[in-house]
Design a protein around this ligand. Structure first.
Ligand SMILES: [Zn+2]
Length: 707
């Protein structure tokens, strides 16, 4: 029997998904739909099939057919038309809402709020993922759909707790499952209550249980059909946390890992976060990211093309495939300007598969995203508590143009760490014992750990550790003192020739801020950067009277502690350097973080990119192909208006110099610019291939063919 997965095609597939409104059956013309999909060069089309609304003549009692379906079978007709066009079909189901009639028969399938009331959305009721609607009804639907139709894939929408921004579920199923696991009644939301944090962790596990059940069912009914449950990470933490989405737990039961990046108020680099994070969890499975051309609330109105190109190029640059979400296609009122640029982008991707498909990152640096820290440091306010620290480190790597990967805190294992020379752990406080052991082995074996603030100080549930790894490495003790919310404080550079200050220039001081942890022990004595208490009048004001604006005292406390640990090393900042750098846009602090990476013994850069602007870079390879993608984030109008302003224009950069270290023993046969669609000349110097991107607009990929 062949060992090749039947889902291999998804690794290079271009996919479009269409969500149908309940009454779209009246206007749904399969031929027209397939023509439209074909014009995008897609390999597969996903469309709404069942769940809230059935678009086929279902036999399942109370499974609501679209009111305008009549006696048609739109699913069958569409499948036939797709088949004739050589396009694969993906079924979309939604099991988030229970119709009224069914809720009357099965009230125990519905989510209930704390007062025991059903939760109503559009006249339907929210279903609980622990109830029979998910575990019995949805399974019946899957059996019927896949028993009748030859779908190549199935994806689920909104399979989560509290969908559509609704309340926490306190139904009897949730109550009894929680009691069985913990022996306690379900608590109220309170992030300082350890019991609530356990509930939060269980919610992720419960969703994974259902994903596993679906996986088994689909594999049994139609094994060639790929199961692709949808989730989100990081920027949409409020949604994924409440929903119980953790792809660490669900990815093992998915044939393709799918994340969504549709919220345009999130940082412009969010698609890159999701793509990198997914690759760090399942490098060998196909990965897709749902992108759209509209704003979440104005779904019929399109956002500008440059914004969409910067958005989507990150998905492909980091080794994932885009899933283009089209909605309202049958609407009479529609903004047609959004589609043509996407069609152009898809055609480009179809033509340049060799530049993106199946490529793997060659980064030597991994940045940890810790979902445990996101939730268990202060799950109610995770942005200031944790996410802003991560964002800062992510931006530091972008600003320093260092290729890097993301690693989930649950994948800090010896085999994953073995790929890297440097690991960044910005305020990664909450880690499990296995991760701590793997970190210790990584550093002792020659790796460099760059950490800050509370990194390693707690277990995965947020409880303080007695012997945090950072203190073990430094031979230090925690005084339990924290200088809170520092403003107008400085770091005094003690030794300008220290590796952390390479390229900083002629300054004695650097700005510092945030909460400073006070440790004690010989390793905490400043030899590079010493703490200068705030120069301010009233404590905490951040302001000083000009007549008194001078540094009175430089302490001996170190703001940048370093330690040699067997073969490896630690650089530890007892304050949130990444968060402060990101918040104020302090390039010097980004430079210090970059220097901490580049000074790693044995470090030799694989990529250097020179030119003005702010970029994301990806260094990817497969077999005899090596690709560097540079994504241009230089856009005017970046005011903070309470929302991230949309990108209407990216400032083109001329003459971006790219230097790529050729792998040992390989020569470059040819180099091509994918977007400009032309060959590019190059020189070889000291093992580096040097080439120029004459004009970088939103993005460009240099594809090398090696021999
Ligand atoms: Zn429930």
């Amino acid at each position: 029997m062949s060992q090749i997965s039947p889902h291999e095609w998804l690794k290079s597939a271009l996919i479009m998904i269409m969500t149908m409104r309940e009454d779209d059956a009246a206007k749904w013309e399969p031929e027209k739909l397939v023509e439209f999909a074909k014009s995008f060069s897609v390999d597969a089309l996903g469309f709404s099939v069942a769940g809230i609304t059935a678009f086929y003549p279902t036999e399942i009692p109370l499974h609501r057919r679209s009111p305008s379906l009549g006696d048609r079978d739109l699913v069958g007709e569409t499948l036939k038309a797709l088949n004739e066009a050589g396009i694969k079909a993906i079924a979309r189901i939604d099991s988030s809402l229970v119709p009224r009639g069914m809720a009357a028969d099965h009230p125990e399938w519905c989510a209930r709020d704390e007062a025991g009331k059903l939760i109503s959305v559009h006249g339907l009721y929210v279903a609980c993922p622990n109830g029979g609607y998910y575990h019995e009804f949805a399974i019946k639907v899957v059996r019927e759909v896949l028993g009748r139709y030859a779908f190549s894939g199935m994806w689920s929408n909104a399979a989560q707790f509290s969908p559509w921004h609704t309340r926490v579920c306190y139904c009897s199923n949730c109550q009894s499952k929680f009691r069985a696991d913990t022996g306690h009644a379900m608590p109220k939301e309170n992030w300082s209550d350890p019991l609530w944090r356990r509930y939060n962790e269980l919610r992720y596990r419960w969703i994974a249980e259902w994903v596993e059940l679906m996986d088994k069912t689909i594999a049994e009914v139609r094994p060639e059909c790929a199961w692709m449950p949808l989730a989100q990470v990081m920027e949409s933490w409020d949604h994924s946390q409440k929903g119980g989405w953790d792809i660490d737990y669900t990815a093992p039961f998915a044939d393709m890992v799918i994340l969504e990046a549709q919220r345009r108020y999130a940082n412009l680099w969010w698609p890159g976060v999701e793509a990198r994070y997914m690759r760090g969890i399942e490098e060998d499975k196909p990965g897709g990211i749902v992108v759209s051309y509209f704003l979440p609330w104005w779904r019929l109105y399109s956002v500008p093309e440059p914004e969409n190109r910067v958005w989507m190029s990150q998905v492909v640059a980091h080794g994932c495939r885009p899933w283009l979400h089209v909605t309202g296609f049958f609407s009479e009122h529609f903004d047609r300007r959004g589609l043509e640029p996407m069609r152009k982008m898809y055609k480009f991707l179809a033509k340049n598969r060799d530049a993106y498909d199946g490529m793997k990152s060659q980064a030597d640096v991994a940045l940890v995203y810790s979902r445990f820290s996101q939730d268990n440091l202060n799950g109610g306010q995770p942005e200031p508590a944790y996410i802003n620290h991560f964002r800062g480190a992510y931006n530091a790597m972008m600003q320093q143009r260092i290729p890097f990967d993301l690693l989930s805190d649950k994948r800090i294992t010896p085999s994953q760490l073995g790929k890297y020379k440097v690991l960044l752990l910005p305020n990664g406080a909450c880690l499990n014992d296995a991760a701590v052991d793997a970190l210790r082995a990584f550093v002792e074996g020659g790796g460099r750990l760059i950490a800050s603030s509370e990194a390693t100080f707690r277990n995965e549930l947020g409880e303080l550790r007695e012997h945090p790894l950072i203190l073990e490495f430094l031979g230090a003790e925690d005084t339990q003192t924290v200088e809170r919310d520092l403003k107008a404080a400085y770091g005094r550079i003690i030794d300008p020739s220290h590796f952390l200050f390479e390229g900083i220039g002629d300054t004695d001081v650097l700005p510092i801020g945030g909460d400073l942890k006070v440790l004690k022990g010989p390793g905490t004595r400043a030899d590079a950067l010493a703490y200068v208490p705030p120069v301010e009048g009233e404590r905490g004001s951040g302001f000083s009277v000009p007549e008194y604006n001078f540094i009175e005292r430089v302490s001996t406390y170190s703001l940048a502690m370093t330690a040699q640990v067997k073969q490896g090393s630690l650089v530890y900042f007892p304050w949130p350097i990444e968060q402060v750098a990101h918040h104020y846009g302090l390039a010097d602090l980004f430079q210090v973080i970059g220097n901490a990476v580049r000074s790693t013994p044995g470090w030799s850069p694989k990529l250097r990119v020179t030119g003005p602007g702010f970029y994301d870079v990806a260094l990817m390879a497969k077999d005899d192909r090596l690709a560097v993608t540079v994504i241009n984030f230089s856009a005017p109008g970046s005011f903070n208006s309470g929302h991230r302003r949309l990108v209407h224009e990216v400032m083109p950069v001329s003459e971006v110099q790219v230097e790529i270290r050729l792998p040992e023993g390989r020569r470059c046969r040819s180099a091509r610019l994918a977007v400009a669609a032309e060959e590019v000349t190059f020189e070889i110097e000291d093992g580096f291939l040097k080439a120029r991107i004459p004009k970088l607009t939103e993005f460009e990929t240099i594809l090398l063919s090696l021999e």
